[in-house]
Design a protein around this ligand. Structure first.
Ligand code: ATP
Ligand code: MG
Length: 420
């Protein structure tokens, strides 16, 4: 027998019992974003491979190990997007948006693809809400983007989430810091994992991000960026804290946060939810002032974040705010016979035109089975229509909650329900 076809490892099927929660998150995200003046941007699911190599960074895990790459029929190299920022930067440059009024403020709700080991809160196709702001380097912009994420998290009812912030400096202060890191880690070369041994030369900052217990133990004693910031970065960080304070956004400075992607400068931040397991970062972001130029665009500073929706759901479950009441029909019409079916269809179609959720039997079931189904749907009212009801124009309207029946003129159903 042929093997049963299954979904690819690390992907999800989501059914209508779960989609309302996804929709709530997506709708709240869109609503919050629009209150901050961010507009939705949509870009392709796949891009030229070189965009991510250059935009995300050659020596990041994402590019080296996690990308889904493929050649098309004309042998061109593409990749499924592993994140959203590089595509947005490409789209801004390609469409000449760099001459629009600044700052540019975009958000997206996208699927991303990374070849990772699937586990709770980590999948191979995952969903992100992300924001991008370009054209301001002022720390009030950083504070605004953080406030957007904070507002969304609060509006979803998530508790137990803490904001961690850090500054990782700029090309001005990074070399000195890099030197301090290399000095520190060189004394521990033998203990480092193989990847980190390589990182020591290629990208020592990444060692701070390593998930191996030994490396992270060594990293805990490493020099921290905030002690090596230049005057400009230091002032930027102080101002950010002041602006967050002004908005009443709580945070802690966490010198271990360096973020997994290469393009960050100055501000980096994570919203962390203790209690949803090892994959606890529900939202990560920061500033990337060099990225636009790195992709051959003008020197437009940028800041943004990516929020993992699966982890947001885990956090909502943890906070007990993930239960969405199921939609219940206001009316269920139970017809008996074809004339009654015709009448039922006309009633529900008028109600649906008026924006009301209504159902009627479309399976030619027995009355008993229909009433059972109406009950299962949680219909607030039911109306039973047979041949004699069609003739008299009158039928019994049952209030399912009160178990009360009243005889009504069928054609008055709209006014009666309106009053109810
Ligand atoms: P992590 O350290 O957890 O791998 P990252 O630094 O690779 O995260 P980013 O690239 O900053 O993550 O992505 C932003 C957010 O997207 C993360 O904070 C997380 O919520 C979510 N995310 C990233 N990778 C995955 C994944 N494989 N599955 C589910 N969510 C993910
Ligand atoms: Mg990762």
């Amino acid at each position: 027998m042929a093997n049963k076809i299954q979904k690819p490892r690390g992907t999800m099927d989501i059914f209508p019992n779960d989609t309302p929660l996804w929709q709530k998150i997506e709708n709240t995200a869109k609503d919050v974003a629009s209150r901050f003046g961010f507009g939705e941007i949509r870009t392709p699911t796949f891009e030229e491979l070189s965009l991510f190599k250059r935009g995300v960074g050659e020596v990041t895990d994402v590019v080296q190990k996690e990308m889904y790459t493929f050649k098309d029929r004309e042998d061109r190299a593409f990749a499924l997007r592993p994140e959203g920022t590089a595509s947005v930067v490409r789209a801004i440059i390609e469409n000449g948006k760099t001459s629009d009024a600044m700052p540019l403020k975009y958000y997206y709700l996208i699927n991303c693809f990374r070849y990772e080991k699937p586990q709770a809160g980590r999948s191979r196709e995952f969903f992100q809400f992300g924001t991008e702001m370009f054209g301001t380097k002022d720390p009030s912009a950083d504070a605004t983007v953080i406030s957007l994420a904070d507002t969304l998290i609060r509006e979803l009812g998530i508790k137990n989430v803490k904001l961690h912030i850090n500054s990782i400096g700029c090309p001005e202060c990074r070399p000195k810091y890099r030197e301090a890191l290399v000095n520190y880690f060189s004394a521990h070369t033998d203990e480092l994992c193989d990847t980190c041994k390589e990182r020591l030369n290629s990208n020592p900052l990444r060692i701070l991000d390593c998930k191996s217990p030994i490396c992270s133990k060594i990293a805990s004693g490493a020099p921290v960026t905030v002690d090596h910031l230049c005057d400009e970065c230091s002032e930027h960080f102080e101002d950010l804290k002041k602006y967050l304070d002004a908005m009443g956004i709580e945070y802690s400075v966490d010198t271990r946060i360096v973020r997994g992607l290469d393009y960050y400068t100055k501000t980096v931040f994570e919203f962390i939810c203790e209690g949803i397991g090892a994959q606890s970062t529900v939202c990560g972001g920061g500033r990337y002032d060099g990225l636009m130029q790195q992709l051959d665009g003008p020197a437009l500073p940028g800041i943004g974040f990516g929020m993992g929706l699966t982890r947001i759901i885990l956090a909502m479950k943890e906070s007990g705010c993930a239960d969405i009441p199921e939609a219940r029909p206001l009316l269920y019409v139970a017809p008996l016979g074809k004339n009654a079916v015709a009448k039922s269809l006309s009633i529900v179609s008028k109600l649906r035109d008026k924006g009301v959720y209504a159902e009627c039997d479309i399976s030619a079931r027995s009355l008993r089975a229909q009433m059972k189904y109406a009950d299962k749907l949680g219909a607030k009212y039911t109306l039973i229509i047979g041949d004699s009801e069609i003739e008299s124009g009158k039928a019994m309207l049952k209030n399912m909650e009160k178990s009360e029946q009243t005889e009504i003129e069928i054609d008055n159903i709209f006014d009666i329900l309106k009053e109810a």
